[in-house]
Structure formats: structure tokens, C-alpha cells
Ligand binder design. Structure first.
Ligand code: SF4
Ligand code: SF4
Length: 287
């Protein structure tokens, strides 16, 4: 199984548009799974115009205090690095569920075995058949609204996508270079870094190339909204990091309309779909 991750800077750079269009094009010849691991704002299903199916909840451990056993020693509060347990010595501890990552440190630290392991739902994963192209599966991770700790949902969605992928796994990551992006791109054969020719795009691209360089992952740059600004800086940043711009996607009203209408551009054969076809061809030659 081969894995290509599509990542990018701040929201709106077009990485999800690239991901869904590549999934459609490549699924015509390949067995494709698309993993939407942007769990705080998954939108591939919206771009593809499909309803999410086959929900599976993602649970994490949730501590419950047995106040009859608790001696109010405060040890649980001292080991909790997210502030999810307030436990002043001499006072009964209090748990803030939304801050809890389910790491179990308090459970192991309690000398009285006064912490019981409950569980709660942090989010869900989904596996949805998509009829476009040759047909493929979309695996989506979605964090529950208001939750703080998204990494367990990214891990669960990555695991489900890994299990379902046989031939080619495309992964749409969160924006930026945080922990969730590192989790999502781990094990990739190739990264596509989508950026735009703006100072912010250049800054974000530099961070992404540093991260993928540290992880030893080959990275290609896809320049989206080409023509709206200077491309020299993007080109020099890419070259500085041993990368290159493999495709320029011009700004197009047609692509914006495809986004609004949930009808990906690759479903037609207009001029605006040509850059996506060229990227798919390039990918087909290496993965
Ligand atoms: S499970 Fe971890 S994060 Fe949650 S309360 Fe215990 S120590 Fe804190
Ligand atoms: S570590 Fe155990 S005994 Fe100590 S305050 Fe926490 S729950 Fe109570």
C-alpha cells in the first residue's frame, strides 16, 4: 500500500480541493481510500457531496473518583498536565472532563486506587462510499464540538484508513505543522504541500517543508491560486528545502463554484480541471 499526504498552511489554501479531486481521478485506475484527518474541520464529504456513513465512536478513558477511598492526597492533580483534575491537598479532587486527554496518568498515580476508569466519546470516525471516478472510500475523523484533545481522533481515523486501504491511501491533513499533522503524515511515501503565492503562504510552506524534512519525507509543492501574487519566494523556499513546484493551479471562478455546489472540478473535463489531471498523472508515475 502506498500513502500520499496532502497538507498545507492556514485554512483555504485548497488542500482539500486537491485531495478530493486527486481521489476522483486516481480511483479510475486504482483502489483508493481518501482519509480526511482534519478532524476539527473535516470537509471532504461536503466537497464530494456525500453524507457520512458507518459511524464508529472514538472513546477515551475518563477518570471517576471513588470519594470513599480518596484520602485527598493531591497526587492525581500533580501528575495531570492538562489541568483536568483540580486536587488541592486536603480537598476532594474535581475532574473537568473536556480538559481530560484520557492519558491515565492519574489512574496510575493514585496510591489508594480511588480512580476508576470510565470512558467517554471524544469524536467519531466514518467510512463512506463515494461513487465518483471509479468509486472509492472516504474515511473521516470528526472531533466532537467543544473538545480540546483531537489527537486520539486523528489516530483512530488514521488506523481505520490504514486498515481499509489496499492499494493507495490519500490523506488530507489538518492545516499547519502541529501534532495532528505529524500523526497524519507519518508513514507517507510522498507529501504534497499545497500553498498560495502570498507572504503567509510562503511562511507556512517554509514551516511545512522544515517538518517534512525533519521526518525525512519527500515533498512536492503545489502552487494554488497561481497568478494572484509573486511566485519567486515560493520557488526559492521550495528549492532551499530540496523541493520543487510540480504544478501551478491558476485561480479560477470555476473551482470556487465547484466548491459551493459540492461538485468537484474533476468530474468534468474543463480547462480548470487540467492541473489536477497533471498532478494525478505525475503521482501515477511514482506511487
Ligand atoms: S486521564 Fe490524564 S488528562 Fe485525564 S485527568 Fe487523568 S491525568 Fe489528567
Ligand atoms: S491521587 Fe487518589 S487518593 Fe490522592 S487525591 Fe487523587 S483520587 Fe484522592
Amino acid at each position: 500500500m502506498r500513502k500520499v499526504s496532502i497538507t498545507g498552511g492556514k485554512g483555504g489554501t485548497g488542500k482539500s480541493t486537491v485531495a478530493v479531486n486527486l481521489a476522483i481521478l486516481l480511483s479510475r485506475d486504482r483502489d483508493v481510500v481518501l482519509g480526511d484527518l482534519d478532524v476539527e474541520a473535516p470537509n471532504d464529504h461536503i466537497l464530494l457531496g456525500v453524507e457520512l456513513e458507518n459511524e464508529s465512536p472514538v472513546h477515551v478513558m475518563m477518570p471517576f473518583i471513588d470519594y470513599e477511598r480518596c484520602t485527598k492526597c493531591g497526587a492525581c492533580g500533580r501528575v495531570c498536565d492538562t489541568g483536568a483534575i483540580m486536587a488541592p491537598v486536603g480537598k476532594p479532587p474535581f475532574v473537568f472532563p473536556r480538559l481530560c486527554s484520557g492519558c491515565r496518568a492519574c489512574f496510575f498515580a493514585c496510591p489508594e486506587k480511588a480512580i476508576l476508569e470510565g470512558r467517554r466519546i471524544l469524536g467519531s470516525t466514518y467510512s463512506t462510499p463515494v461513487p465518483h471516478g471509479g468509486g472509492f472510500r472516504l474515511v473521516t475523523g470528526m472531533l466532537r464540538e467543544g473538545e480540546e484533545h483531537s489527537s486520539p481522533v486523528v489516530l483512530a481515523a488514521r488506523k481505520r484508513a490504514d486498515e481499509e486501504a489496499r492499494d493507495l491511501l490519500l490523506v488530507d491533513t489538518a492545516a499547519g505543522t502541529g501534532n495532528n499533522v505529524s500523526i497524519a503524515i507519518t508513514g507517507s511515501d510522498l507529501i504534497l504541500a499545497v500553498t498560495e503565492p502570498t507572504p503567509l503562504g510562503a511562511h507556512d510552506l517554509s514551516m511545512i517543508l522544515e517538518l517534512t524534512g525533519e521526518m525525512g519525507l519527500e515533498t512536492w509543492v503545489v502552487l494554488n491560486k497561481a497568478g494572484i501574487g509573486s511566485e519567486d519566494l515560493i520557488r526559492s523556499i521550495a528549492e532551499e528545502h530540496g523541493s520543487r513546484i510540480v504544478e501551478r493551479i491558476p485561480y479560477s471562478r470555476e473551482v470556487v463554484n465547484s466548491y459551493i455546489s459540492s461538485r468537484p472540478i474533476a468530474l468534468g473535463d474543463s480547462r480548470a480541471s487540467a492541473p489536477y489531471r497533471r498532478i494525478a498523472e505525475l503521482l501515477g508515475g511514482v506511487v
